[in-house]
Design a protein around this ligand. Structure first.
Ligand SMILES: [Zn+2]
Length: 344
């Protein structure tokens, strides 16, 4: 990764496919502090800043799409029921289960340096009130059909949405953009030795079988690891939970402690704290045949994006008194559960 992108607080504005290499991606990022836009293509990376602003054709088109003088030609737009029936949205929901709210999609065509591109813009207004967008630019001749765009949209745009939702829930460390140029796996790369890329997590579209022999459980673990990022994933591994501050029960200062089985086998009940006091256990049952890591991420994403929906499955018989699933030994809480307001 170019040094300019290695550290810092970035959001992924757009993933743009290389004009000459199918499924090679450049990431256009925005620095959240300064608002500066950067790209990891060779032209941007090796261009000297000089006196003016550093740009490349990708940052230029990204900037154009962000402004009112958007010259890209709209070809499709859907929201509401039409969006729910859209193949690319359904695939994104399958890749990032738990992300909930009102979805929308827009497709535009434009040329970059004379090469025809197709832009797909996903939008999500979460039940908790976060507005997030994700954009992918496909080289038309490499991805001529909707089906051929599934992996790219679910991977890149879905990732951008999930990252933005996590950031507003106080998890800025989650959702650092994945590596670029990743869709072809390097031979000999072993799981666990490097940060996974999108190819290690995708389970939708035409790129499911990459010959990497990942089991669904390994792919789910990779998704969790990539999404949380090194630091947060290590925290989850160490303490076996992450806390989510409630948006709906802010006045009670409710915190959900989303726990994980150290053996990564069974699902654990969510511990509920109010004003720092451990009050209840919520049982959110795992769907059939879902890997444990997948279930954990689903509950986490659902609570940070659409708390009302997450709670809709918690009925009276799913609420238990504290320590209801301490099977072997009593598990005391030693880390305070501190409610935090949502980020703007
Ligand atoms: Zn570029």
């Amino acid at each position: 990764m170019p040094r300019s992108l290695a550290n810092g607080d970035y959001s992924l504005i757009m993933a743009i496919e290389s004009a000459s290499r199918a499924n090679s991606w450049y990431r256009v990022l925005s620095d959240r502090q300064s608002g500066n836009i950067s790209c990891d293509c060779p032209a941007w990376t090796f261009r000297q800043a000089g006196g003016g602003t550093r740009t490349c054709k990708h940052t230029q088109i990204a900037q154009l799409l962000l402004t009112a003088q958007n010259t890209a030609h709209p070809v499709m737009r859907a929201r509401g029921a039409a969006a729910q029936a859209n193949l690319l949205i359904q695939s994104t929901q399958q890749q990032w289960p738990g992300l909930g709210g009102r979805w929308s999609i827009e497709q535009r065509t434009a040329q970059i340096d004379g090469v025809p591109y197709q832009f797909v813009l996903l939008g999500l207004v979460t039940g908790n009130g976060t507005t997030a967008t994700g954009t992918v630019a496909f080289t038309r001749r490499f991805h001529p059909t909707q089906e051929s765009m599934i992996a790219g949209v679910a991977g890149w745009a879905g990732y951008a949405l999930a990252a933005e939702v996590a950031r507003t829930a106080g998890y800025a460390l989650a959702g650092q953009p994945p590596q670029h140029f990743i869709v072809t796996r390097r031979a000999g790369a072993r799981a666990g030795t490097q940060r996974p890329g999108l190819s290690d997590i995708l389970r939708v579209g035409d790129q499911i079988d990459l010959g990497d022999h990942y089991t669904p459980a390994q792919r789910a673990e990779n998704t969790l690891r990539l999404f949380l990022g090194t630091e947060l994933y290590a925290r989850l591994e160490r303490q076996h939970f992450l806390d989510v501050s409630s948006a709906l029960y802010a006045s009670e200062q409710r915190v959900y402690r989303v726990r994980r089985d150290p053996h990564k086998q069974c699902e654990r009940r969510v511990r509920v704290f109010e004003r720092g006091r451990y009050v209840n256990d919520f049982c959110i049952v795992r769907g059939q045949d879902v890997p444990e890591a997948d279930h954990w991420l689903t509950v986490f994403l659902q609570l940070i994006s659409n708390e009302a929906e997450a709670l809709s499955v918690v009925e009276e018989h799913n609420v238990f008194s504290p320590h209801s699933d301490d099977h072997y030994a009593r598990e005391e809480e030693t880390v305070p559960a501190i409610w935090q307001p949502r980020a703007a």
